[in-house]
Ligand binder design. Structure first.
Ligand code: SAM
Length: 220
C-alpha cells in the first residue's frame, strides 16, 4: 500500500471512531464507512479534509454531506430495510451512493445538476460500483424502477414528497429531511398497507431539494 493510502486508511479509522463517539453503533454501517475511500470523492487539493466530520463544497452551490449525517441516515435505513432496492435522490459527490453500494443494496441514484451527475457517474464506474445513475428531477422518483425498498433523500424537502412515497414498496421506507430553509427534521416515512407510518428524529441543515415536488429554484 502507498504511504498516502496508508495515511488515508488510518484517518478513515479515526473518522469511524468519531462516528462511534457521536452514537453511531450499527456495525454494518461502520464497516461500510471503513471500506469506502471518502478522499476519492474530493478534488485532489481538498483530500486532506476528507476525513474531518464536516460537509464540504463540491461546486454548483452543493456539498458532500457530513459523515455523521450520512451515517445517521444510513443507520435509519439499514435498521428498517436491511437489503433490496434503494433510490437515492441527490447523487452529489457519489459518497452516500458508494456507502449504500458497500452495504449490498441495489442502488439507483438521481441528480439534477448535470455536471455533478456526470462527475459522480464516472467515479462510480471507475470504482466498479453497480449503481444506476440518472440525470433529472428526483422529486418525481424513478417510476421505471419502482417500487423501492428504501428511498434516501439527501437534500432538504419542504414537505412530504408524494410521488416518492407512492414509489415505496410495502414496508419500504423513505429517509427524508423535511423543513424550512434553515433546518430540517430527519423523518422516516414507512409504507404500511394503504397508509404510511411516520417517525421524527433530530434536526440537520441540508441544501434544498429543488424540483417539481420540492422547492422552486427561484426561492434560493
Ligand atoms: N449524497 C450526496 C453526497 O454524498 O455527496 C449529497 C449531496 S448534496 C447534500 C444534495 C444533492 O441533491 C445536490 O447534489 C443537489 O444538486 C441534489 N438535488 C437537489 N434537488 C434535487 C432533485 N430534485 N433531484 C435530484 N437531485 C437533487
Amino acid at each position: 500500500m502507498k504511504e498516502s493510502e496508508k495515511l488515508f486508511s488510518h484517518r478513515r479509522g479515526e473518522m469511524v471512531e468519531t462516528l462511534k463517539r457521536y452514537g453511531i453503533s450499527n456495525s454494518r454501517v461502520l464497516d461500510a464507512f471503513l471500506e469506502v475511500p471518502r478522499h476519492l470523492f474530493f478534488e485532489n487539493k481538498a483530500r486532506d479534509c476528507a476525513y474531518n466530520d464536516g460537509a464540504y463544497p463540491i461546486g454548483f452551490g452543493q456539498t458532500i454531506s457530513q459523515p455523521y449525517t450520512v451515517a445517521f441516515m444510513t443507520t435509519l435505513l439499514v435498521e428498517r430495510c436491511p437489503g433490496g432496492k434503494v433510490l437515492e435522490i441527490g447523487t452529489g459527490s457519489g459518497y452516500q451512493t458508494a456507502i449504500l453500494d458497500a452495504l449490498g443494496y441495489s442502488v439507483f441514484s438521481v441528480e439534477r445538476i448535470f455536471e455533478l451527475h456526470e462527475r459522480a457517474k464516472k467515479l462510480i464506474s471507475r470504482l466498479g460500483l453497480h449503481v444506476v445513475c440518472h440525470f433529472g428531477d428526483g422529486t418525481l422518483g424513478w417510476m421505471e424502477h419502482a417500487p423501492f425498498d428504501g428511498i434516501v433523500v439527501t437534500a432538504g424537502a419542504p414537505g412530504e414528497p408524494e410521488s416518492l412515497m407512492r414509489q415505496l414498496a410495502e414496508r419500504g421506507c423513505m429517509i427524508v429531511p423535511i423543513g424550512g430553509n434553515g433546518s430540517q427534521q430527519m423523518t422516516v416515512i414507512q409504507r404500511e398497507g394503504s397508509g404510511f407510518k411516520r417517525e421524527l428524529f433530530e434536526y440537520f441543515t441540508f441544501v434544498p431539494l429543488i424540483g417539481q415536488e420540492g422547492w422552486d429554484d427561484t426561492v434560493f
